[in-house]
Design a protein around this ligand. Sequence first.
Ligand SMILES: [Zn+2]
Length: 90
Amino acid sequence: MKVFVADNASDSQFLICREITTPLLFADNLTGVCSRCAAAIQYRPHAPAKPPKICMGCFEANEGREDYDVLITRETVSELGLDIPRKRKH
Ligand SMILES: [Zn+2]
């Protein structure tokens, strides 16, 4: 599995989302459900409509076992102060 910061959501198969927290991680977060386990999740209002959203639990459960790509948006990376490399051009 590759995790990358993507400008184009269609490059990826899943979008990783955090489980619901109280309060939400950001006051303007939207809520939904994980596309795999239906757990309640939250995501940023600027998160792309595609690809399907999965929760951190599903992401971690499948890490290293399934060969799919997941993405985190640049906005989320900057908001969370993450250090994930940009996806390289082919
Ligand atoms: Zn899940």
